[in-house]
Design a protein around this ligand. Structure first.
Ligand code: ADP
Ligand code: MG
Length: 695
């Protein structure tokens, strides 16, 4: 029998290839499919007769296939599939490009649904690349309910070689066991907040009957997600308060010395934030603070001051970065910043390790095992790495401070894990998370109720704002000429592309293709590098190293460089298909090229600017305030204008709710308090499930 925990491989039509692709998306169990929510829907529920169709309509028709044939297009040397579909009112042509297999699936005289937008070529209406679905009727019985047409059709995030049809087919199977789920919310809460049942919500989020049932499903699932978050926050806070931490005395003399050696003056906001975290750390209560500051506002040095004080008190500190690139970069920075105190620093990631002593700067290429041993024995003062640090065989001697960069949440499990490794199980290290995610203050307080908040709300003085320009295709060459001049003057440039693989449907430039174009056609005389998430860590490291040393002049990259990367000499950025990104994310990108006294430039390229995307992207030209731009994003999201744009992954921990759901965020916060007061059994179960141990 299939259950929620059954491996996906036991479903129909999941062989080795398909299961490997599903695994890429982290889809392993039947249950995972149920929670793989669509990111948008095609509304094909408008079923029309052929003679009612008008150009521009998005509709489904029902009819019989005639004259189906593959043809070779004379100009473009590709296969075009054509047919006519006829109902009792008329006939319409359908054409598909590069999908010759359709003639194997469909046959003349088949009854089908066709769905899509009706196009118009001056003479006739036709469908271009419509969705199609055979109408299968059981002998004498009713027709099988359509999945891909004639309804609201879900569109899922996917990976190369896994089609929407395949995913829908699998999710339909998975939904067969949705009845095995138990709804965790008490009836009373559901009634009070007018929420539908969990099973119905999960079924409808994939295959909504109509707009209204979709909204009800979304509301229920958002409610659950936000409630979950509030409950976690609340219970973690309670849990954290049970522990003591090691009080760290503020070493004023040495801290001043570090600051004097920086080569710049701290901004008031940096000074204030550093003071807040340093004061937190003097307490016996574990510090638990979120440091928010726009890209380039200088969060790293605040972290350095906190770490220095932990080390000066004789304790260990750990700094976790989201990527290998960033960890390696922090290692270099801290080597410098902490020069004036005696500090043994290690870099440890899955593929790389290195140790340095800040005062004699000798590079010890210690074996991994030796690094781990000296960490355990307390000879190492600071360890820098990725999250692997807390998953691996890492143990500390006397860990007093953990800093997490560019990730505003540190999971309960991770906290638990780090406590167990810290060297004293009854004490909790002080925590500082740092993020450039510009969440408005009130919202941050609601969402991360367990954290104290520090803001760096100013940039270092003398930074020139990047000159941002929207460039249409006719001016592309001018932009390239400009970049060449900058590079000849010694600068470097980034080219950012949205996806790794070419995806015709989206018309999006891929980094790999762009790399070939730039290195072979546009700048054959320059050294070009390629960076994307599918490179091996060692390859990434090599590329970043070359870029840092100016051995690569232009780096073509996907969004992996979005967070944290600091290459002050790079002052130009091109963003391809800019309209596919949210404003806050674009702002993050251009933060990469505004890191020194050189005037910086950001060129937003897009194949075609619609009036709407033009208006949105113009905001970036005029505004250099991450918080304001994030609010603009939220406003647009609230109105559904950004539905086609993928939310930036690090923007929030939320899967279905968004920071724009302000009302629901407040409502669920109230509900969380009520549940904690009234439903102790539910809370016990919740703690168990979320690894929050009652003690
Ligand atoms: P982020 O907040 O995005 O992590 P970083 O800490 O990487 O920013 O700092 C960005 C750059 O600004 C670094 O090169 C850093 O040395 C520099 N910087 C930080 N603070 C100041 C300051 N007060 N004055 C001048 N430059 C600064
Ligand atoms: Mg940073």
């Amino acid at each position: 029998m299939i259950t929620l925990k059954t491996p996906i491989t036991e479903l129909n039509r999941v062989g080795k290839t398909v299961s490997a692709k599903l695994k890429k998306l982290d889809l392993v169990k039947v249950e995972d499919l149920i929670y793989w929510y669509p990111f948008r829907y095609d509304d094909f529920s408008n079923i029309k007769k052929i003679n009612e169709l008008k150009a521009g309509d998005i509709a489904t028709i029902k009819g019989r296939i005639e004259l189906l044939a593959n043809k070779r297009s004379p100009r473009k040397r590709m296969i075009i599939t054509e047919c006519f579909v006829t109902d009792e009112t008329g006939s319409i042509k359908a054409i598909w490009f590069r999908q010759p297999f359709i003639t194997k699936i469909l046959k003349n005289n088949d009854q089908v649904y066709l769905a899509g937008q009706v196009e118009d070529d001056l003479f006739n209406l036709y469908f271009k690349n419509p969705s199609y679905e055979k109408i299968i009727s059981f002998a004498g019985g009713p027709n099988k309910e359509p999945t891909h047409t004639a309804r609201m059709v879900p569109i899922y995030s996917t990976t190369e070689g896994l089609s929407q049809k395949q995913i829908r087919f699998l999710i339909k199977q998975a939904l067969g066991v949705v009845n095995q789920l138990t709804d965790w919310l008490p009836q009373e809460i559901k009634r009070k907040h007018k929420l539908i049942d969990l099973k119905t919500a999960l079924a409808d989020i994939h295959f909504p009957k109509n707009q209204q049932s979709l909204i009800q499903a979304q509301t229920r699932l958002k409610f659950d997600e936000l409630l979950n978050l509030h409950l976690q926050n609340f219970l973690i806070k309670k849990e954290v308060n049970k522990y003591r931490a090691i009080p760290i005395t503020f070493n004023e003399v040495k801290t001043k010395k570090i600051v004097e050696n920086l080569g710049f003056t701290l901004t008031d906001a940096q000074r204030k934030s550093a003071w807040q975290i340093l004061m937190d750390m003097t307490e016996e209560k574990p510090a638990n603070r979120l440091l928010e500051g726009d890209v380039g506002s200088g969060k790293t040095v605040v972290a350095a001051l906190a770490i220095a004080n932990a080390v000066l008190n004789g304790y260990q500190a750990a700094l976790l970065a989201p990527t290998e690139i960033l960890a390696a970069q922090h290692f270099q920075t801290f080597k410098d910043t902490l020069k004036v105190i005696d500090c043994n620093i290690a870099l440890l990631t899955h593929f790389k390790h290195e140790v340095v002593n800040t005062t004699d700067q000798k590079n010890a290429d210690l074996a991994r095992a030796k690094i781990l041993r000296s960490l355990r024995q307390g000879e190492l003062n600071l360890i820098i790495g990725t999250h692997a640090l807390i998953q691996q065989e890492v143990e500390f001697n006397n860990l007093a401070l953990v800093i997490i960069d560019e990730q505003h949440r540190f999971g309960v499990k991770q906290r638990q894990a780090i406590r167990e490794k810290s060297g004293h199980v009854d004490l909790l290290p002080h925590f500082l998370s740092m993020t450039a995610t510009p969440i408005p203050r009130t919202l941050a307080l609601t969402l991360y109720g367990d954290l104290d908040l520090s803001l760096i709300d100013e940039l270092p003085p003398g930074r020139k704002k990047p000159i941002t320009k929207l460039v249409d295709p006719t001016n592309r060459q001018l932009a390239y000429d400009f970049i060449l001049k900058q590079i000849q003057a010694g600068r470097q440039a980034f080219v950012i592309c949205p996806l790794i693989d070419e995806s015709d449907k989206l018309g999006v430039k891929s980094a790999t293709q762009e790399y070939q174009k730039i290195s072979q056609e546009i700048f054959p005389q320059l050294k070009i590098g390629l960076m994307h998430g599918r490179l091996k860590p060692a390859e990434k490291d090599e590329v970043m190293k070359k870029f840092t040393e100016n051995k690569i002049q232009i780096l073509v990259s996907t969004s992996v460089v979005e967070v944290g990367v600091n290459i002050p000499n790079a002052n130009v950025m091109i963003i391809e298909s800019a309209k596919r990104f949210g404003l806050a994310q674009l702002h993050q990108f251009r933060g990469r090229v505004n890191r020194s006294h050189h005037q910086s430039y950001c060129f937003l390229f897009t194949e075609k600017f619609s009036a709407k995307s033009m208006e949105r992207l113009k905001k970036l030209v005029d505004c250099y305030d991450g918080f304001k731009l994030a609010e603009e994003d939220l406003k647009l999201r609230g109105t559904g204008d950004l539905s086609g744009i993928k939310q930036s992954g690090f923007f929030s921990p939320l899967k279905i709710a968004s920071l724009g759901d302000v009302k629901l965020i407040a409502e669920t916060k109230k509900a969380s308090k009520e549940i904690i007061e009234k439903y102790s059994k539910l809370i016990d179960k919740f703690k168990l499930k979320n690894n929050i141990h009652p003690e």
